[in-house]
Design a binder for this molecule. Sequence first.
Ligand code: GLU
Length: 497
Amino acid sequence: MSVRVRIAPSPTGPFHIGTARTALFNMLFARRHGGTYIVRVEDTDVARSTSAFESDILAGLRWLGLGADEGVQLDGEVGDRGPYRQSQRTARYTEIAAQLHAQGSAYYCFCTPAELEAERTAREAAKLPPRYSNRCRSVDPNDAATRRAAGESAALRFRIPDGPVVIDDLVRGRVEIDAATLGGDLVILRADGSPLYHFTVVVDDVDMGITHVIRGEDHLSNTPKHILIFQALGATLPRFAHLPLILNADRTKMSKRKSQTALADYRAEGFLQEALINFLALLGWSTGSEDEVLPMDELVQRFDLDHVQKAGAVFDRQRLEWLNGQWIRKLAPADLLARLRPFYDDAATDGRIGRPARDEEILALIPLIQERIPLLSSAITLTDFFFTDGAAPDVATLTPKRWDVATTLAALEAARPIIADAIGEGDAVLLHADDPLEGTLRALAETHGWKAGDLFMALRVAATGRTATPPLFDSMRLLGRAAVLARIDAAIARLRG
Ligand code: GLU
């Protein structure tokens, strides 16, 4: 039997990093076993589901390379086991609910909201966990039919049998849960006929021939309910695998309120798709080796559920940035240019850089920054001075920490003619080669008893306005003679007061 797995996001919020991790594990499992990876949309919660959230999720999946083999894609549905959106499957849920009712696995419940509320309060007062009393189980089916025909409103409840439910989990091993803890018989259709999640998820998994349900551990407590419904439907049980929770650094659960969970925010910061995939794969799974930088095809070859851990997986932001830096270094210049392009465009639009950056300018900068940026967005702060002709920095900024204003002024005046001699327009960058300019400036520093580091800092701030830049001499070469001298002159004027 070929493997069929699925993710079933609810479009009730932006694409969540945890959903991305679940999607990836399902995709890897499917690829590893030559199976099919299905995306379906759980939009039964009409009040909270929106098509904007759905698009965000589908676009995020596509960007990560986790678009569906079957089911809902950004531009439509593929597959012959649909529809794959729950909102379009109502007739099917009604049909299966009727079947469960006909076979005695479900019954009509006439309890009013007020009665249920009274039950709840009574149990709460007795310090008991909430649980429906199952009292409508005893309503005679003929009476129930008459009452419904007379227009009385009724929900349909699934009869939870007594006894233990065993989950044979591929990650957590054998988990046994007493059905008595499941909260009593389960509403599967509300009085208005709308179906509920625990029911629809099982109908979908059966209809779509799902062989493995791989999802977050937060669903572990739901699984017994699902197993009982599978059994009532006479369906083959899928295998279950519950993935560890994703935790913040302080080991609290990652939540929308406390943590950055929207994939779009990571993308906007300039994390690469490759780095996020690599990082998410290691969020609860390990290769069993030291290897950390792993492309998708290698993940597919190595992935298995045996090495998924039970303990919560800490989301280590530093590791993610480190991985991102590694992936940025691997990119060919043209590829890195394409990824940087939108960041420079946005920066030009919102004024963080003074003018649009041309392709050849970014390409010229790439050798200076590729090894230094943890995020694509870091390129902007590192290189904004190439595109911005701001006013000279103020005196305090221009003056290196260990220097006074007079020394700074003297140093810039002494360095200016040396730079005017050494730099032309459109010079090639020298990268790691020894730059003759450096030797000359070191000699100048020595003559005056200055520390070379202080002189370089004074020049750096004068030429770029920043204390952290790509290598100084190459940065000046890229800026070109006229621009560098103009900035040094402006700095000198500022220091003269
Ligand atoms: N809609 C559920 C969620 O987003 C998916 C449940 C499942 O995978 O069974 O968490």
